[in-house]
Design a protein around this ligand. Sequence first.
Ligand code: MTE
Ligand code: MO
Length: 332
Amino acid sequence: MLIKKPADIRSYEITPEHVYRSRRAFMQSMAVAAGAAAAGISLRSEANYPDVSSYPAPDWLRKHVHDAKPGPFGTDEDVTPYIYASRYNNFYEFGMDKEDPAEHAEAMVTDPWSVEVSGACENGGTFAYEDIIKAHALEERIYRLRCVEAWSMVIPWIGLPLGDLLKRFKPLSSAKFVEFTTLYAPDQMPGQRSYFSAIDYPYVEGLRMDEAMHPLAIMAVGMYGDVIPPQNGAPMRLVVPWKYGFKSIKSIVAIRFTAREPMTTWEKQAPNEYGFYANVNPEVDHPRWSQKTERRLPSSLFSPNRIDTRLFNGYAEEVAHLYSGMNLRRYF
Ligand SMILES: Nc1nc2c(c(=O)[nH]1)N[C@H]1C(S)=C(S)[C@@H](COP(=O)(O)O)O[C@H]1N2
Ligand SMILES: [Mo]
């Protein structure tokens, strides 16, 4: 491994388990290979697997991301190897299989990018990506990500507190919710052209204002020390770590402040299975499977790595007060 000066070492690189950028360490790890097979990741092209730093991005963004400082709410759990986080994805716009996004998302044009801000706010309008992001210092946040499908990872994101961004648009007091929309571009996103697509595009998500302003919620623009790869939601995506992964909407092009609860993609799709709140909760099962435990990737047939799922994904101390007095079975 390359020996770096302390100043060059980002926080996630300090623990030896976390040398996820070392290709050789990965190749030598049979546990990881077995896990990959069980997780459905093929290792055929592993030798040519692109490093996180290989995706094109504007110079200012790459520099900005490299300047990120460690932020709060970290965990000492092992960080999931980069290859899982960037190859075992849900991004249905690029297909339903876990590896489809890694294969197809590079066709998405993420530069230039702009975001339309509308609804109940004083400073709406269309903003260039650079004007949205550059003003904010970036932080590394190492968070658990728990998918509603009962697998999980630990990912070192780089981003900014969502609340700091939203405040710049001066939401009115009538704004009780905020809605986010993903890019709609069937020419770039094969999943949006499919006749078999079950989903209505564009993908829409939403948060209650107090959830959006909570310091745990971030807008991520990077991961694993570099710019976020397209399959993970370049050039900006939400990360709301106490909620099921589907709330963490990718590749955002619109933000709208509303008085009413937005209708979100998965709730529209199957309202009895996916609610607006989608807080991680081991006591409220999905109608088709238990939510009591999760498979922490990498996992395999021989070491399934099943762990107990925690209320609010382990962030209860930080967020439980947002839901005091609410029936979490009803508002699932
Ligand atoms: N636009 C969009 N955002 C999305 C999804 C999607 O299909 N489309 N999938 C969600 C789901 S189900 C999960 S678990 C996370 C996965 O994020 P990751 O691939 O970066 O781990 O993205 C979420 N954001
Ligand atoms: Mo998910």
